[in-house]
Design a protein around this ligand. Structure first.
Ligand SMILES: NC(=O)c1ccc[n+]([C@@H]2O[C@H](COP(=O)([O-])OP(=O)(O)OC[C@H]3O[C@@H](n4cnc5c(N)ncnc54)[C@H](OP(=O)(O)O)[C@@H]3O)[C@@H](O)[C@H]2O)c1
Length: 273
């Protein structure tokens, strides 16, 4: 059953369905976002590479499956073409697909340094560009949204995951720049900056060295709720949880030397990277 949108800003598609494309929906945060959206009446197009995971989720929540590597621009364009044929209006794009890249810049395999940029940053750029015709149609029907699942690593140069942090800084710059470019267009861009979240791609509880940081590890459903709230309340940037991460982001901006000292000790446990 469709639930009423919490805000008049969120439009309803003909036939009563709002269409969301969720990248990286086969596990972790993306899967939780798709489940939360479906629970609230959205129809989800689930995009990732693992067919079995996506099909199992689609069967549970009534969504559609698209197999696609977001780093492959040609594949993204072909996938978006198929989605737009079925759904001319796209009300929500969640750029969530992402990979970890643990280790310092000196330790990380060069291929992974490159891949982190291609997936975590450029993947969202290609998806937003390719689905823009559908987002524009939805914007004229009352509103469209792009959520970029960045990370606190988009504002803090976390040394033990250097290439990951750099890719997330790029993703946040993309998100902010796109938000400015689309201002007044009816397409709202949101950035989610979550701290550590326990997922299969990013196991945190057992690998973080800092006991303090381990205390702030979240579960994916909490992040999914924040994504839906950001859309429904039209929040441009959300840090989750606000404490301590917003504070850390501010300190990074005004006193980078202090953060460098802190992240120097906030490493992963030996052997866990
Ligand atoms: N966990 C955290 O601590 C944390 C905190 C803040 C932000 N984030 C961000 O949250 C997002 C989701 O991560 P997660 O923690 O939920 O990890 P996860 O469980 O490993 O999920 C990652 C998702 O991305 C998909 N994916 C990876 N590479 C892809 C590619 N090239 N093309 C298409 N899909 C791809 C994976 O699906 P397939 O393998 O099936 O393709 C999977 O569905 C990432 O962007 C991450 O940076 C995570």
């Amino acid at each position: 059953m469709l639930s009423a949108p919490a805000s008049s800003d969120v439009s309803t598609a003909p036939g009563g369905r709002r269409i969301a494309v969720v990248t990286g929906a086969s596990s972790g945060i993306g899967e939780a976002i798709a489940r939360e959206l479906a629970r609230r009446g959205w129809h989800c197009v689930l995009l990732a590479r693992r067919r079995d995971r996506l099909e199992a989720l689609a069967a549970q929540i009534g969504g559609e499956v698209e197999l696609c590597d977001v780093a492959d621009r040609t594949a993204v364009e072909a996938t978006a073409g198929r989605i737009l044929q079925r759904h001319p209006a796209i009300h929500l794009l969640v750029n969530n697909a992402g990979i970890p890249a643990r280790g310092t810049f000196l330790q990380t395999d060069p291929e992974l340094v490159l891949r982190a940029i291609e997936v975590n940053y450029l993947g969202g750029v290609w998806c937003a560009r390719a689905l823009m015709p559908g987002l524009e149609i939805a914007s004229r029907q009352g509103g469209a949204h792009i959520v970029n699942n960045v990370s606190v690593a988009g504002t803090v140069a976390f040394a033990p995951a250097g290439a990951y942090a750099a890719s997330k800084h790029a993703q946040l710059a993309f998100s902010r720049s796109l938000a400015a470019a689309l201002r007044g267009s009816g397409i709202h861009v949101h950035a989610l900056l979550a701290g550590f979240v326990e997922t299969e791609g990013f196991p945190q509880r057992n690998v973080l060295k800092s006991r303090l940081l381990r205390r702030f590890v979240l579960q994916p459903p909490r992040v999914a709720e924040a994504v839906v709230a950001a859309v429904e309340k039209n929040k441009s940037e959300v840090t989750l949880p606000w404490f301590p991460y917003r504070l850390i982001s501010i300190v990074q901006a005004v006193a980078p030397g202090l953060i460098a000292r802190f992240v120097g000790v906030a490493d992963y446990r030996p052997g866990s990277v």
